[in-house]
Design a protein around this ligand. Structure first.
Ligand code: SF4
Ligand code: SF4
Length: 316
């Protein structure tokens, strides 16, 4: 699965790597010489990731020859209303640069509209296998059609677009969603949003529109602090596609081994199912995290006061 294509979102976690060699796995794939994993699974047993297939362009409207660049008042209200009527849950706006392109195909425009669609619970409860894959593929296909329809809407108004299909490789969707202020990329590499936690697909429409309504939004960076204490997705991954390693600075970081992930090939969603943001919901997790931090601060403050008194008494 991927928010992108792990579960399948084949997206980055803290770090995204191709299948390391067995030697690397057994001995050292971190930068400090630490042992990080010992699965002993030989490369020939590792299933190839099947994410990122080709999808035909379903656009019905051609790009205009001389695209407009300034959206009129009310355009985005119309667009968002139409998008929500088609099932889009959240919409973000972001300015990128050419480095965001993952493929040889360059980005035609650097402004993007980022879209999310809910992954049905039926995909989550289906065990990895043909049925789960079928459901997952159907969601990608449906979301692709919706994204093309929304792109057509924009083209029909005189603006140009380039569609990033949710199953495609044009850009990494989870980081793009984070950049658009829609949520934060969790340890699983999936975008976690207030609306859907990690249980969504993401697509994007790059556009000639220059005055996108970029929003200053809530700070979601606390999510990765929560992830550091959780780690449930790592434990839940049946293929050891998520592994924890030590970072250069002595901390921990998670790596995603794409070739091991069976999100696309078998519709695996174990890392989503295990995530408290999916099980309990964003608000529940945030409230608990805030309470936990408040208690910790109170304790630290009490300890600080006790030390202060002790030091004063010792002086006297
Ligand atoms: S649990 Fe592991 S194998 Fe399954 S989708 Fe997530 S990362 Fe991939
Ligand atoms: S399961 Fe835990 S560590 Fe993994 S993304 Fe969700 S909150 Fe973060």
């Amino acid at each position: 699965m991927e928010n992108e294509k792990r579960g399948c979102d084949c997206e980055t976690t803290s770090e995204y790597i191709d299948e390391p060699s067995n030697d690397e796995l057994k001995e050292n794939i971190g930068c400090c010489g630490e042992t990080v994993d010992e699965t002993g699974k030989p490369p020939e047993e590792i299933e190839e990731c099947s994410c990122g297939g080709e999808f035909p362009d379903k656009s019905l409207v051609d790009n205009p020859k001389n695209p407009k660049t300034a959206a009129y008042n009310g355009f985005f209200d119309e667009f968002e209303q139409f998008a929500h009527s088609m099932g889009i849950v959240s919409i973000g706006y972001v300015h990128t640069d050419s480095d965001w392109a993952n493929t040889e195909e360059p980005l035609s425009y650097l402004n993007a509209i980022v879209l999310t669609l809910e992954m049905g619970k039926d995909i989550i409860v289906a065990p990895p296998g043909p049925k789960a894959q079928e459901l997952n593929d159907a969601t990608y296909a449906k979301f692709g059609q919706i994204t093309y329809a929304l792109s057509d809407f924009i083209r029909a108004k005189g603006f140009a677009t380039q569609v990033a299909h949710p199953y495609g490789d044009l850009v990494s969707f989870s980081p793009l969603g984070q950049e658009a202020g829609m949520g934060w990329v969790g340890q699983s590499g999936l975008l976690i949003t207030p609306e859907l936690g990690p249980r969504q697909k993401i697509s994007a429409i790059f556009t000639s529109i220059e005055n996108l309504p970029f929003k200053t939004t809530e700070d979601y960076s606390w999510i990765i602090d929560y992830c550091e204490k959780c780690g449930k997705c790592i434990k839940a991954c049946p293929e050891k596609a998520l592994i924890e390693t030590e970072s250069c600075c002595g901390g921990k970081e998670t790596q995603f081994i794409q070739n091991r992930c069976i999100g696309c090939s078998q519709g695996c969603t174990s890392c989503i199912e295990a995530c408290p943001f999916d099980q309990k919901g964003y608000e529940h997790v945030k409230t608990r995290f805030d309470k936990m931090n408040a208690k910790l601060k109170e304790k630290q403050s009490k300890n600080g006061n006790t030390m202060k008194k002790y030091n004063e008494n010792t002086k006297n």
